[in-house]
Write a protein that binds this ligand. Structure first.
Ligand code: HEC
Length: 145
């Protein structure tokens, strides 16, 4: 048992190192200013999973997981923005955005939460890389069953 754990401890960082799903190779398939649709067409949920680490400081994502500083994110894609979980206290800033978490809305939110919903309490600066955002959106979509 402890030998197995030892092996895991050795394997996990090795897996992490190749967890970007060949992002640079995929990036080279895109033109200089790809649309969200073009990015989503080559997005990789497994590569997105390896970008989720910073989010997990404030969000669980498993079905039925607890809210931390931020709400549990299971099934968030397609759900109403800032109105999905009755039990969670969303800010008026996020509640008043309106609409659903489409790819486009999530892309804008992840790029800059404070620009998307000025006054939000999600204290996260944003993710600058458009392909990383697409990978993360693909991962969020995969966490809905
Ligand atoms: C420092 C804590 C923190 C970090 C880090 C963080 N969040 Fe959040 N997140 C929050 C809080 C707090 C809210 C609620 C915002 C509000 O009500 O204004 C939120 C809201 C959200 C929502 C809206 C959920 C809904 O039900 O409408 C999504 C989606 C989300 N976060 C995704 C992410 C992702 C993806 C990451 C990682 C890139 C991330 N967050 C990083 C704290 C955080």
């Amino acid at each position: 048992m402890s030998r197995r754990l030892g092996l895991l401890a050795w394997l996990l960082p090795a897996l992490g190192a190749c967890g970007d799903g060949n992002r640079e190779a995929r990036r080279s398939q895109l033109g200089p200013d790809p649309t969200l649709e073009q990015r989503m067409a080559i997005a990789d949920p497994a590569a997105g999973a390896s970008l989720y680490g910073p989010c997990s400081a404030c969000h669980t994502i498993g079905r039925g997981g607890p809210d931390l500083a931020g709400p549990n994110l299971h099934g968030v894609m397609g759900a109403p923005i800032g109105h999905r979980l009755q039990r969670y206290g969303y800010t008026a800033a996020l509640r008043s955005v309106g609409g659903d978490w489409t790819d486009a809305a999530m892309d804008a939110w992840l790029a800059s939460p404070s620009r998307f919903a000025p006054g939000t309490k999600m204290n996260y600066p944003g993710m600058a890389d458009p392909l990383e955002r697409a990978d993360l959106i693909a991962y969020l979509k995969s966490q809905s069953r």
